[in-house]
Design a protein around this ligand. Structure first.
Ligand code: HEC
Length: 156
């Protein structure tokens, strides 16, 4: 009898110890995640121009109509399923986007939407208004640049 009781007590103590052990380690993990998030603060460049392969300012002085035309073709094929210029669709309307974001920001959103949506405060907040997530259309940098030329033309 006594031996059985002490066996049971032993088991209970062991289980409790394991549970407490687990609790502690998950607290530690939480602590680590927090400090990692703090380390991931964005630079001023990233706040303005987004996170991704485009790591320098892009300026558009005068619209190149040929490039804008190519951009329109790409937009119709790769973006039109989710975006309209003038109204909300699966994603936000993009007709005036170049008045609100820098060319590099929009290129990074096109080329690196996963990371933008995970880390950039502006993209995160836009994302919270849309149930669908933007997917990476695997455009080359040149094609993304052409789309931005088209969007700049439409934002005038
Ligand atoms: C599968 C649907 C889908 C496709 C395809 C898509 N997008 Fe999006 N896009 C979205 C959604 C939804 C959002 C809002 C953020 C989110 O929740 O992902 C968004 C957000 C954006 C934004 C950010 C707008 C802002 O106010 O900052 C830009 C710019 C953009 N898309 C451009 C494009 C371009 C250019 C293409 C084509 C190369 C494209 N998207 C293809 C769904 C899509």
């Amino acid at each position: 009898m006594n031996i059985q009781v002490s066996k049971i007590t032993g088991l209970i103590v062991l289980t409790a110890a394991l549970l407490i052990g687990c609790g502690k380690s998950s607290d530690d993990e939480k602590g680590n995640t927090n400090s990692q998030e703090e380390k991931q603060e964005l630079t001023e460049f990233e706040i303005r121009n987004g996170i991704g392969p485009v790591d320098e300012e892009i300026t558009i002085d005068e619209i190149d109509p040929e490039l804008a035309k190519e951009g329109m073709r790409i937009f119709d094929m790769k973006c039109g399923a989710c975006h309209k210029l003038d109204t909300r669709y699966v994603g936000p309307p993009l007709g005036g986007i170049m008045n609100a974001r820098t060319p590099a920001y929009v290129m990074n959103m096109i080329l690196n939407p996963e990371e933008m949506l995970a880390k950039h405060p502006v993209a995160k907040s836009i994302g919270s208004e849309y149930p669908t997530r933007m997917t990476n259309q695997q455009l080359t940098r040149e094609k993304a640049r052409a789309v931005v030329e088209y969007l700049a033309q439409e934002s005038q």
